[in-house]
Design a protein around this ligand. Structure first.
Ligand code: SF4
Length: 473
């Protein structure tokens, strides 16, 4: 999910057009004497609202006229030709998201502490961000113009939070009346126009589980392949979610859900050739049930929604182990097990200079999985990485994923670090500025740690373990 910069989203007054933020040197745009802060308001006589419009209205066009508002107030019409497919060399301001009109009982905004960074309180519901970044929308307050835009500009696929096809249940969850919650005609219209959808169900025990969930998944599967997949993710309640209508997700609930959905998944694989309905990784981890195989996830259609991330990580990690295994010149087919500690003198890599000695920080949910892999890695390479599970006391409640750890949580575990450096997950740092979820600046966190802090995403960690010895870069 894309988290946008909050300041422009909330405070900026919208004027027509899209603002240029960068002009590449020696590009067509530079030749046309376009500059940062110029605003393109029309392309070939058609209004431009944002960079998606710009992209749509320039696509395939070689003869163009831009109406441009310069920063001095002057308006220019710039006529020019370009080669087919020639890039303009322009970057634009980000999209200012439209806000939702729902009152979902489980809304993440209600689970934030008051001092969480402001962007966490923004309730975006925007079909453009859905298309561009896979952000989910409910479609419950989508306008006619937006519907037309999806179809006209082929903003496909869209990511839609369905939650339940039972109307009463959906309205209850969204906190709106049934007429607003009813998106059946909108869905048909989009599907008839060949717009593809990915669906999501935020699973709330005793509300949209059991028969309601089964019906929802069957209804959605009835639209396969235009509805490509459905993610079922558990509601995550922080200690600030005190709504009595909500029930927390327990290991027993997860196990029961896996059992029920497994039957449907088998049926869908038989009839549709795809698992179609995917359970979030958290459900398997919390239920203590083995993560499904690579084949279960196909091309990982919902990985950004936390579905299949663990399987993808395990498979990538296996490759790292195999590579290190080969490097260590240990015979090929032998399985590695954490318990199978080898004497170091038999393992050439184990005594290599610069072998890693540091702490890898993650959330409590993923820590057992990561620990098991890192132990194998340590045995194989002689490294001394230590996985440290950090409790999320900032959000509290059921929140145990790595991506929601805060600066305050990390500072609390400083005395448990071992080694020469610490690796933290990149996902806890805001993408467009070095800020943690509780508003702490990344540099402030770093300055309070006794050892250097590196941030790596999952792929970065895999690459580091695959290629490097010593410290990350
Ligand atoms: S759609 Fe619901 S969960 Fe999403 S931001 Fe709006 S109120 Fe919150």
């Amino acid at each position: 999910m894309y988290e946008f910069a909050v300041e422009p989203a909330i405070t900026q007054l919208r004027r027509p057009g899209v603002i240029i933020t960068e002009v590449e040197p020696e590009s067509l745009a530079q030749e046309l004497e376009l500059f940062p802060n110029d605003r393109i308001v029309k392309v070939n006589g058609r209004q431009v609202r944002d960079y998606l419009d710009f992209r749509f209205q320039t696509a395939g066009e070689t003869e163009l006229t831009f109406r441009v508002k310069k920063t001095n107030g002057e308006t220019l019409d710039i006529e020019f030709d370009r080669e087919e497919g020639e890039d303009f060399g322009l970057s634009f301001e980000q999209i200012v998201p439209r806000q939702c009109a729902n009152e979902c009982i489980f809304c993440f905004c209600k689970g934030n502490p008051d001092d969480a960074r402001p962007s966490l309180f923004v309730r975006d519901e925007d079909i453009r961000l859905s298309f561009l970044y896979g952000n989910y929308t409910t479609l419950s307050s989508i306008t006619e113009d937006e519907m037309n835009r999806i179809v006209e500009q082929r903003l496909s696929p869209q990511y839609v939070s369905i939650h339940a096809t039972d109307l009463k249940t959906r309205a209850y969850l969204l906190g709106v009346d049934e007429s607003r919650a009813d998106i059946s005609r909108k869905l048909v219209r989009l599907l008839d126009a060949d717009i593809e959808l990915h669906a999501q169900v935020v699973l709330c025990p005793e509300i949209n589980d059991g028969k309601i969930l089964e019906q929802t998944l069957r209804d959605l599967a009835g639209h396969y392949p235009k509805v490509i997949s459905t993610a079922v993710v558990p509601v995550a309640l922080t200690r600030y979610n005190t709504d009595e209508r909500l029930t927390r997700v327990t290991p027993a609930f997860c196990k029961g859900t896996i059992h029920e959905v497994d039957k449907l998944q088998k049926e869908f694989r038989k009839t549709l050739g795809t698992t179609f309905a995917f359970l979030g990784d958290e459900i398997y981890l919390k239920g203590g049930v083995q993560i499904p195989s690579r084949r279960h996830y196909g091309n990982y259609p919902q990985i950004e929604d936390g579905v299949g991330m663990v399987r993808s990580f395990l498979n990538a990690f296996d490759k790292v182990l195999n590579r290190r295994y080969a490097e260590a010149q240990i015979s090929g087919n032998e399985r590695i097990h954490a318990a199978a500690i080898r004497p170091q003198e038999k393992n050439p890599a184990a005594t290599a200079p610069g072998s890693g000695f540091g702490t890898i920080i993650t959330g409590e949910m993923f820590a057992p999985v990561l620990s098991e892999q890192i132990e194998k890695y340590n045995v194989l390479t002689g490294s001394r990485f230590h996985v440290l599970a950090v409790r999320n006391t900032y959000f509290g409640g059921d929140v145990s994923v790595a991506g929601l750890l805060t600066g305050q949580d990390l500072l609390k575990i400083r005395d448990q670090l071992v080694g020469d450096f610490v690796i933290i997950p990149t996902s806890i740092i805001k993408s467009d500025e070095p800020l943690l979820l509780d508003g702490m600046r990344y540099e402030d966190l770093r300055s309070q740690f006794p050892v250097p802090v590196f941030d790596l995403d999952t792929q970065g960690l895999i690459d580091f373990l695959a290629n490097k010895k010593g410290e990350p870069e």
